[in-house]
Write a protein that binds this ligand. Sequence first.
Ligand code: SF4
Length: 105
Amino acid sequence: MTKQTKNHTQSYYLDSEAKKPHTCLTMADKKPLKITKIVIDRDLCIGAATCVTIAPGTFQMDAENKAILVNLEGNDAETILMAAESCPTKAIFLYDEDGNQVYPR
Ligand code: SF4
């Protein structure tokens, strides 16, 4: 089964054949996406916590009410992408295995 989510610029498809976490397909290139690096800009984070609500296995709030990365493999790639897309200040940056920034684009 193929699952689809949308943002303002691109659609992403979950790779139903992929067994590994952090793998999904982009509509643009149909290439499996692996999120291998996540950066949270603490200066941009306003503590809205939507990232934690969507991907609690990956993000948590710290004592300063800023999001922190707790486990790079805490959620699948699609969920992490949705969490990053939900951030009102675009404080979450995602990178693929080639070091390319995949979100925000
Ligand atoms: S959604 Fe963005 S602003 Fe809100 S806690 Fe997460 S990183 Fe911070």
